[in-house]
Design a protein around this ligand. Structure first.
Ligand code: SF4
Length: 218
């Protein structure tokens, strides 16, 4: 399993943050028993099904509109920014669903200097995440939405429904998967700047307002 990186001089702080989190997640997962891993896999099962539904929807409605020329021409904001928001849970879920060589490829690309014109996770064949971050999955640029939805209001409604469902995994106005995965690693003694549900003032405020300041066990 990918666990180490050694080219810190070439990496900017964003790359280091991502690489450290990814390495830490892999290190901890490597210490877990098969049954503990299966428990985590069960915990993310509903979310994975949700993401598969989103994928099907996107390929039915957007595959003709979007292709990777989009990021090559830098016309799309999606993959042409150096930094995107990745949640700690994104890293955990991706690691659970990746093979060792996929994780090695992610660590390797993070060690390459980045010119700032493309996402640090973009390889020659596209995104190197096996299960890309939720922010990327749910991003549709305005021109693509217009083209797909103006002639298909039902699809627009379905997309809005997906956006609502997405919140139920990561928006902490109730106990959510992304919060629980962070807590799982915090309980094991880890911390990461990507644990936004535990360190973002805005998200902590959402939790407090919902009476969830303390981690809510099911
Ligand atoms: S993580 Fe992947 S999908 Fe998201 S912006 Fe980067 S290359 Fe694109």
């Amino acid at each position: 399993m990918a666990r180490t990186y050694n080219n810190t001089l070439e990496m900017n702080s964003y790359q280091k943050e991502q690489a450290e989190t990814l390495s830490m997640v892999c290190r901890h997962l490597a210490t877990l028993s098969r049954s503990e891993i299966q428990q985590l896999e069960r915990q993310i099962g509903d979310y994975v099904s949700f993401r598969n539904e989103v994928q099907t929807f996107l390929s039915e409605n957007f595959s003709k509109i979007c292709d990777h020329k989009c990021y090559r021409s830098r016309l799309n904001a999606c993959c042409s920014r150096e930094g995107i928001i990745t949640f700690f849970a994104d890293a955990v879920i991706n690691a659970l669903l990746s093979q060792d060589e996929d994780l090695e490829a992610l660590i390797t690309v993070l060690q390459k200097p980045n010119d700032g014109f493309k996402c640090i996770f973009l390889g020659d064949e596209g995104c190197l995440w096996q299960f890309k971050p939720i922010v990327c999955e749910m991003f549709l640029c305005d021109p693509a939405q217009k083209e797909a939805f103006d002639k298909n209001p039902e699809a627009r409604q379905r997309w809005e429904d997906f956006r609502q469902r997405e919140k139920s995994y990561r928006w902490p106005d109730r106990p959510v998967l992304f919060d629980k995965l962070e807590q799982y690693f915090i309980d094991a003694g880890y911390s990461s700047p990507l644990m936004y549900l535990h360190n973002s003032p805005g998200l902590l405020r959402v939790k407090r307002r919902a009476g969830l300041n303390e981690y809510q066990k099911k």
